[in-house]
Structures are given as C-alpha cells and as structure tokens.
Design a protein around this ligand. Structure first.
Ligand SMILES: Cc1cc2nc3c(=O)[nH]c(=O)nc-3n(C[C@H](O)[C@H](O)[C@H](O)COP(=O)(O)OP(=O)(O)OC[C@H]3O[C@@H](n4cnc5c(N)ncnc54)[C@H](O)[C@@H]3O)c2cc1C
Length: 292
C-alpha cells in the first residue's frame, strides 16, 4: 500500500508543471494534488508529513519558474471551487486563496468597493498575491488585508490578524505554508470611477509590459530603491537572449520565453544579466521570481 492511496482521487502522478505556469517551462511534479476542501487538505498535509514528503503550494503560477528537472516532492493546488469562494458583506470581502485576483478586482469595482484597483493587470490568486505582497507603484495588496486564515505543517487551521502581519516590498505572509483565505477591507467608491481607474492602470501595464508573451513578471527585485529594470536597461541588455529566452524589449526586468524554451535557458539568462549588471554597476541583483 502506498502512502497516497487514500488520496488517489485528487492525485496526478508526474504532472507536467510548465502548462500550469505563466512562463510555460519546466518539468513535472512527482505528486500533484488538488484537494477538494479544507478537511481533505488537512489530512493530506498530515499524511505528507508522516511520509516525509516536502510540498510546494501552487497558485496561478504567475511568479514561478520550475526547473527542467521538475519537483521531486508534492505540489498542492488550491484550484478546487471550495478554495475560490468570494463573499462581500458591506466593505469587507472574504476571498478564498484560490480565487482569481483579476476577477476579484472587477467584482469589487462593480460592488463599488475601492482598494484592489492597484492590482489590475497583475495575474495570480489571492493566496499567491498575499504570499508575494503583489503590487507596484499604484499600491499593494497588503494594505487591504485585515485577517488571513492559514494552515500549518500539522494541518492545523488558524487565523492571523492584521496586527500580526507584516507586508513589505514583495514580501507577504510566509510563516505557515498554506494561506487558505483572506478578509480584505475596502473603501466605498463610485463603480464608474473605479472602472475608469482600472482601465487606466490596465492600459499603462499593457503599454509597458509584454503581456502577450510568456513571462513571470519582474525577474529581479529592485535593489536598495534602485529599479532593477532601469539597471538592466542602462546596461544595454534589452533583447539579450539565451536560446529561446530573451530579456523583453518592452520591460527590461521581464524575461520572455518563446515556445520550446527551457528553464535552463531562463536560468542561464538570469545569471548572465546578473553578471553584466554587477560588472557595470557593482549591484548584486536578487531574484523576485520563485524558483522550484
Ligand atoms: C505579466 C505579468 C505581470 C506581473 N506584474 C506584477 C506586478 O506588477 N506586481 C507584482 O507584484 N507581481 C507581478 N507579477 C507576478 C505575479 O503576478 C505575482 O507574484 C502574483 O502574486 C503571483 O500569484 P500566483 O497565484 O500566480 O502565485 P504562484 O506564482 O503560483 O506562486 C508564487 C509563490 O506564492 C506561493 N503561493 C501561492 N499560493 C499560495 C497559497 N495559497 N498559500 C501559500 N503560498 C502560496 C507559492 O508557493 C510561491 O512561493 C506579474 C506576473 C506576470 C506574468
């Protein structure tokens, strides 16, 4: 009897991860689970612990680079409907970690609630965005989070209040492995004004980012207040390529992958960019993209 026999209904063995990420590259997960609810997830987390199988949590894969070798442990996806429920009560929004942020931004705007427009054009799930404190010059998700519900490595569920949370530049909640849902506090606003604002932010993104190509958003973190994209641009690296991976001409901090690109090519390009920027500006760029 295998350790996963009780979970066969939600398990895919050797599941290719590339198609589940925005970059579209990388190998397979040895064990890929899509639990149907919190109790099943809790039992699975306990079983993984007992079997000493490490696990990763997958959101929309918008900030993820999976190596060509894949993941030898388990990957847990919160894509089941039970993790994507959204309820709006007054100016409070309860959103499951698996909820799609693009849809939530529009849903809140239609309900006349402001605060998430800053996330227009940023792909991902509620859980992934809270993990990364997604955002940018228009604002970040962290400022709207009142409380989150999380699960620890023993499968225990607890809530973490705003006062215990710390959101900094692209660093959100990382203490427990699984974010299950969040309560957001928004501000009443005219839906038409919100729609216009979302359109404005969306157009800005469309004009400055290679949205039609495979990418993972910004590859590097800004270094001590200096824009990583500006450094890469000033080093003349736009268009630099390794195989089918290329530094975007539209946004120097994006690497775009043509169909057929490998994770190895992207990783080599990351190292090349890092080396050239270090040689030119004596700045060591750190990656923002999560590498599995
Ligand atoms: C075209 C494009 C533009 C982008 N622009 C921006 C931008 O302007 N600003 C910005 O901040 N980001 C941007 N990104 C990156 C990406 O959208 C964000 O990082 C987003 O938060 C990723 O969410 P996700 O659900 O896809 O997470 P994933 O990529 O699936 O995972 C990212 C990390 O979060 C963890 N995670 C995911 N879900 C959970 C969960 N439920 N519980 C615990 N951990 C979890 C994963 O384990 C992983 O460590 C962009 C990406 C693309 C492709």
């Amino acid at each position: 009897m295998a350790w996963y026999d009780d979970f066969k209904a939600i398990l895919t063995l050797d599941a290719p991860l590339g198609p589940k990420t925005w970059l579209g590259v990388g190998g397979a997960a040895k064990y890929f689970f899509v639990p149907r609810g919190s109790e099943e997830l809790s039992a699975l987390v306990r079983r993984l612990g007992a079997a000493r199988i490490p696990f990763h949590v997958l959101g929309a894969g918008a900030n993820l680079l999976v190596r060509d070798e894949g993941v030898s442990g388990a990957v847990l996806s919160l894509a089941a409907p039970a993790f994507a429920a959204v309820t709006i009560t007054g100016n409070r929004v309860q959103a499951g970690a698996g909820a799609d942020m693009a849809k939530l931004v529009l849903q809140c705007a239609r309900a006349g609630l402001a605060g998430l427009e800053c996330l227009a054009g940023i792909p991902g799930t509620v859980g992934g965005q809270i993990r990364m404190n997604a955002g940018g010059s228009f604002g970040s998700i962290g400022s709207r989070v009142r409380e989150i519900t999380v699960m620890d490595h023993t499968g225990r569920v607890s809530t973490v209040a705003r006062e215990q949370l710390s959101f900094t530049y692209r660093q959100g909640y990382r203490d427990a492995p699984l974010i299950l849902r969040a309560e957001l506090e928004l501000t009443p606003e005219d839906p038409q004004r919100l729609a216009a604002r979302i359109k404005e932010i969306w157009m800005y993104k469309k004009n400055t980012q290679p949205l039609a190509e495979h990418s993972a958003g910004c590859i590097f973190r800004n270094a001590a207040g200096v824009s990583a994209g500006a450094l890469i641009d000033q080093a003349g690296l736009k268009g630099l390529a390794v195989g089918l991976a290329r530094v975007s001409e539209r946004h120097a901090n994006f690497i775009v992958a043509r169909p057929g690109a490998t994770a190895r090519q992207i990783l080599d390009l990351i190292e090349l960019v890092r080396r050239r920027v270090r040689e030119r500006f004596q700045v060591a760029l750190e990656t923002e993209v999560v590498i599995w």
